[in-house]
Design a binder for this molecule. Structure first.
Ligand code: MN
Length: 483
């Protein structure tokens, strides 16, 4: 199902008891972070702050902060419904005949149904300000050593200078004054690639920034799509209805008609300004550095807009569920390339890319090492610092089981593989920024063909019939209340 706007989603959350309105005055400097941190760590509700000091605009946070709300944001009761649908669009074996090929093409053609539609006007045009002032919004200063106030959940829209392909990315924006912010696109991000082309052409790049829209949109912007795939098509597919776009006032870009707030402007080539530090999703400060500068030319918004924001910090935080959704939704696609993959877990405590645990149905000797190398060569999986590969019968969603099984099954000298390459820009331990080493751990059962000459023992397992007999006996054992 699709939501007409973020406020429509808020109404639904409120009906379901998934949102609390807070009318007590609170300070956007640190206080909202501390409140949200406590609530998100206890899997609490979305929070709508109606009385943020220094602003007349309400602030929405922890919107996606549980599995249930993440699912609701994509219009389903359980994310796995979306994963199954994506899986059914894909196939695990190449099509054999013409009929299969036609069917497959038909399934992908469904995506074309969800290309964005241009409309004349929308909610985001209710107020148009040509003398824009960013400081009227309830901007957060999240952590004590932060370089200033930040827009933390902006959808940053840019277009490729050559082919016009659109990108929607999430890059934090440090607000310097009423009409100037930083633009923190890291070197590997598509926004930065677009900007590099404009710099080569020595041309100004137009940018539009959306704050708050149908909840499928911010999720789509967070998803690791290939460069040329429009995030708005993914959003349309997720909400089962094309995203409606309107033309901006001062730049040649389109934005979602139902957006709460739109900030239009440009980034000049070569201009840089100190940005940061910022309390980041690693749970550490990312250091100050020089980044491009965004100049605001116009702000449009709904009459009573909601300011959507988030905080990141020591995990778990709200971003846990955005990351989780990505793992579940993208797993069917990964399985198409690697049918040996059974399941995958990127624990939020591993900041997603620091630790990847993957289970496989091992098909040939050294299969685990082959998979590690493949993953390090794939899109954003290249940032994986540690990849642990286990056999299919290990539940990767249970970290305790992974520790038990993986550490038993490995001989460090034989089973650890080191490699080097680009690492996440936020990695503070790598010897150089954005470059460092990665480690793979083959924790699968070792085969004779892999040079393992000893006997490999079975893992302990109680037969199902014994378990069932004990279930029957249970009430007579006087162990009520015990598991
Ligand atoms: Mn993209």
């Amino acid at each position: 199902m699709s939501y007409e706007s973020l406020q429509h989603f808020v109404e639904l959350l409120e009906k379901k008891g998934e949102l609390i309105r807070i009318s007590t005055p609170v300070d956007p400097e640190l206080e909202i972070t501390e409140i949200t941190d406590r609530v998100s760590k206890s899997e609490g509700p979305a929070l709508l702050f109606e009385n943020v000091k220094g602003s007349n605009i309400s602030l929405l946070i922890n919107t996606y902060g549980t599995y249930k709300r993440m699912s609701l944001a994509l219009g389903v009761d359980d994310l796995e419904e979306v994963a199954r649908e994506i899986g059914s669009m894909l196939i695990t074996a190449p099509p054999e005949g013409l009929m299969e090929k036609a069917k497959l093409a038909g399934k992908f053609a469904k995506l074309a149904l969800y290309t964005p539609k241009k409309v004349k006007t929308g909610l985001c045009k209710e107020v148009i300000e040509k003398e824009p002032d960013l400081l009227k919004f309830p901007l957060l200063k999240c952590w004590p050593e932060d370089g200033g106030k930040y827009i933390t959940f902006p959808l940053v829209i840019t277009k490729d200078a050559e082919d016009g392909s659109r990108n929607v990315g999430l890059y934090r924006m440090q607000v310097y004054d009423k009409q100037t912010t930083g633009m923190h696109w890291q070197i590997h991000k598509t926004g930065a690639k677009h900007y590099r082309k404009y710099e080569e052409l020595n041309k100004r790049m137009e940018v539009a920034v959306v704050i708050g829209a149908d909840p499928a949109l911010p999720y789509a912007a967070s998803a690791p799509l290939p460069d040329k795939i429009d995030e708005f098509i993914l959003a349309g597919f997720l909400r089962k209805k094309s995203v409606e776009l309107v033309q901006c006032e001062t730049v040649d870009l389109e934005v979602p008609a139902n957006a709460e707030i739109v900030i239009e402007g440009y980034v000049d080539p070569k201009e840089r300004r100190r940005e940061g530090p910022f309390g980041d999703h690693t749970g550490y400060y990312s250091l100050a550095d020089d980044y491009p500068v965004f100049h605001v030319t116009c702000i449009t918004h709904r009459k009573n807009p909601l300011y959507l924001t988030t905080v990141v910090g020591p995990p778990p935080q709200e971003d846990k569920y955005l990351g989780l959704a990505t793992v579940r939704l993208f797993l069917p696609m990964l399985k198409m390339t690697f049918p040996e993959i059974v399941d995958m877990n990127l624990p939020c405590e591993g900041i997603f890319h620091n630790l990847v645990i993957v289970s496989i149905k091992k098909q040939f000797p050294f299969h685990a090492k082959r998979l590690m190398n493949s993953l390090w060569g794939m899109g954003q999986m290249m940032f994986s610092k540690i990849i642990v590969v286990v056999d299919e019968d290990v539940d990767v969603q249970n970290p305790a089981e992974v520790v038990w099984r993986a550490t038993n099954n490995m001989d460090p000298k034989r089973d650890i593989l080191f490699t080097e390459g680009p690492v996440d820009v936020l990695d503070h331990a790598s010897p150089m920024p954005a470059f460092g080493s990665k480690m793979g751990i083959d924790a699968t059962k070792k085969w004779p063909e892999e040079g393992f000459q000893r006997e490999w023992p079975d893992v302990l397992k109680m037969p199902e019939d014994v378990k069932q007999r004990v279930d029957q006996l249970w009430k007579n054992l006087g162990l009520n209340g015990q598991k």
